[in-house]
Design a protein around this ligand. Structure first.
Ligand code: 4AD
Ligand code: MG
Length: 479
C-alpha cells in the first residue's frame, strides 16, 4: 500500500481507512497491554501516535522499537482523544525497517547545540533541526517567488573566478597544481601558466560583478548560490561557505534600493509567518519565546533610513550619556556589531537601513557621493558628511546586525577608474567589468542578503552553524 506522509495523514478525516506510515520513533511509552509510539517522518514537526496492542504482536518486536528506530506501520486511522492530534493509527502490522541501538547520539532530549554539531549527520532528525531545515526550504521558495513575481531573472554566476569582488583578499584558491612542486619566477612568485585555468583562480566571495553584467542587459536579475570567504572569523554570524542572494537592478536609485531591501525582507518574513506556522510555534516555545512577536514586529514598522554620519552622532551621544562600547566609533570607523545592535535594539528598536558610509572601508564599486570643497560630501537627502562617502546601503537587524550589504554602483567611468587607481587595484581581471561603464553605462544598484543570517532571524537560532545542514568554519569541514 502507498505510504501516507504524516503531514497529509494529520489532515485527513476519513476515519476507518487503512494507511501505511513510515518514520522514525521519537518516543515510546505504554503499559503491559498497550504501547504508544510517537512517529515522525520529517514532513512536519508533528508526530503521529501509533497505538499498538501488545497481545497482537510478537513480544520481541517491542524491544526493537527504541528512540530513533525506523518503522513501517500499517493500521487503521482512528479519531484520537488523548494524543494531542485529531488522528492516530491503530497498528495492525509493524515492521522495524532499521533498529537503533542505545548509542544513538540523538537519543537524549535537550542536548546542547555544541554537542549536536559533532553529530551533524544525525542532528537533522531532531525536532529543532527539522523545523529549521523546513523553514530554510521555505525561505528559498519565498526568495525565488518574490523575484520571479517582480520580473527578475534568476542568473547564475560562476563559483570559480579570477577576480576578487570585495577586494578583501580572503579567497580560497582553486588549483590542480602539485603543491609539493610549485614553479616560481625569478621574484619568487608562483607561475600559474600551467595550472588548470592558466591563471590564478579562487572560489567566489560574491557574484555581484557578473550580476552587474546581467542587470545591465536583462534589466533585473538575482543570484542565489554559495559564496566562500576564507576569513578567520570565529563568530556566531560567520561561515566560510554561505549562501547569498544578490539582486542587481538597472535604473534603480538609492531610495528605490532601500525600498526594495525593505519590501523583500518583509516579504520573506511574512512568508514564514504564513507558511511555517507549526515550526515557528515550536521554535517560539522551545528556543526563543519572543520569536513570533519579533517577526510580526518587523512587519509593522517602517525601517529607519539613517546616514552613517547621523548614526555616529547618535553613538557618540550615547557614549556621552554613559554607554560603554568595547570598540571606538569615531567618524571613519567601521561599525562593530555592538554599535549596530545598539542602534537597532536599544535606540530605534526597529531595523535600520544605514547608508552613505565613508569611502575608506567600503568597496571600490560603490557610487561616490558628491564631494564638498572642504573635503566633506553630500549624501542621502542632502545630509552632509565630514569626509568622502559612498552610497553603500546596508540593512541592520535586531539580534543579527548586518543582514544585507548593498549599494548603488558607480556608473561613471572616470570616477570608477579613479577609485580603482586610488586603491592600487590589479585591473587585469576586471577589464570586462569596466566595459559596462564604457559601453552604454547606466545607473544601477543591488545588494547581497546572507541567506543564513535571514534564517537566523526567522528561526531565532543563536548560532549560524545551526541553520545550515553542514557548516564550514575555520578548522571544521567534517561531513
Ligand atoms: O556585505 P557583503 O560582503 O556584500 C557583498 O558581498 C556585496 N558584493 C553584495 C552585493 O551588493 N551584491 O556581504 C553581503 C551579505 C552580508 O550582509 C551578510 O548578510 C552576508 O552576506 N555575509 C555572510 N554571511 C555568513 N558568513 C559570512 N562570512 C558572511 N559574509 C557576508
Ligand atoms: Mg557588508
Amino acid at each position: 500500500m502507498k505510504r501516507t506522509k504524516i503531514i497529509d495523514l494529520l489532515q485527513r478525516t476519513d476515519f476507518g481507512a487503512e494507511v501505511t506510515v513510515m518514520g522514525w520513533v521519537r518516543t515510546k511509552r505504554g503499559s503491559k497491554a498497550v504501547n504508544f509510539i510517537a512517529l515522525n517522518d520529517g514532513s512536519t514537526i508533528k508526530n503521529v501516535q501509533i497505538v499498538a496492542d501488545v497481545e497482537k504482536f510478537d513480544e520481541d518486536l517491542f524491544k526493537d522499537i527504541t528512540t530513533g528506530a525506523c518503522l513501517k506501520v500499517v493500521g487503521t486511522m482512528v479519531e484520537s482523544i488523548g494524543s494531542g492530534q485529531a488522528v492516530e493509527v491503530q497498528a495492525k502490522e509493524i515492521e522495524v525497517l532499521g533498529t537503533c541501538p542505545a548509542d544513538y547520539p540523538m537519543q537524549k532530549k535537550g542536548q546542547s547545540f555544541e554537542y549536536m554539531r559533532q553529530y551533524a549527520h544525525m542532528r537533522l532528525r531532531t525536532n529543532t533541526f527539522g523545523a529549521v531545515m523546513r523553514i530554510r526550504h521555505n525561505m528559498a521558495m519565498a526568495i525565488h517567488t518574490y523575484f520571479h513575481q517582480h520580473g527578475y531573472y534568476y542568473f547564475n554566476t560562476p563559483l570559480i573566478t579570477a577576480s576578487d569582488c570585495e577586494g578583501a583578499g580572503n579567497m580560497f584558491q582553486v588549483t590542480t597544481k602539485n603543491l609539493y612542486d610549485l614553479k616560481k619566477d625569478e621574484n619568487g612568485k608562483i607561475i600559474y601558466d600551467d595550472d588548470f585555468f592558466g591563471e590564478q583562480t579562487s572560489l567566489t566571495v560574491s557574484g555581484q560583478l557578473e550580476g552587474e553584467l546581467g542587470a545591465t542587459a536583462l534589466g533585473a536579475i538575482y543570484t542565489f548560490g554559495p559564496t566562500f570567504r576564507a576569513e578567520n572569523s570565529n563568530t556566531p554570524r560567520h561561515l566560510a561557505e554561505f549562501w547569498m542572494i544578490e539582486p542587481e537592478i538597472a535604473f534603480l536609485d538609492q531610495e528605490e534600493l532601500m525600498d526594495l531591501e525593505e519590501d523583500f525582507i518583509k516579504y520573506c518574513v511574512r512568508w514564514a509567518l504564513d507558511n511555517c506556522k507549526d515550526d515557528l510555534e515550536f521554535l517560539n516555545k522551545m528556543i526563543d519565546k519572543g520569536l513570533i512577536e519579533r517577526l510580526e514586529g518587523v512587519l509593522k514598522d517602517d525601517f529607519v533610513r539613517l546616514p552613517y554620519t547621523k548614526g555616529i552622532e547618535i553613538l557618540q551621544q550615547a557614549i556621552k550619556d554613559g554607554k560603554k562600547f568595547e570598540f571606538p566609533c569615531n567618524w571613519g570607523d567601521d561599525l562593530a556589531s555592538e554599535h549596530e545592535r545598539y542602534l537597532v535594539e536599544e535606540y530605534f528598536k526597529k531595523p535600520v537601513i544605514m547608508t552613505d558610509y565613508p569611502r575608506a572601508f567600503k568597496s571600490f564599486y560603490m557610487k561616490q557621493n558628491q564631494d564638498t570643497t572642504d573635503g566633506g560630501s553630500v549624501g542621502y537627502k542632502g545630509a552632509v558628511a565630514p569626509g568622502p562617502t559612498m552610497q553603500g546601503t546596508d540593512v541592520l537587524f535586531p539580534q543579527i546586525g548586518e543582514i544585507i550589504g548593498g549599494s548603488v554602483r558607480e556608473e561613471n567611468y572616470d570616477k570608477l577608474m579613479n577609485e580603482i587607481k586610488r586603491r592600487d587595484m590589479d585591473m587585469t581581471h576586471l577589464w570586462w567589468y569596466i566595459d559596462t561603464r564604457k559601453f552604454g553605462s547606466c545607473p544601477h544598484a543591488g545588494f547581497g542578503l546572507g541567506f543564513e543570517r535571514l534564517i537566523l532571524f526567522v528561526t531565532g537560532m543563536q548560532n549560524i552553524r545551526d541553520v545550515i545542514p553542514f557548516p564550514r568554519t575555520p578548522k571544521s569541514a567534517e561531513f
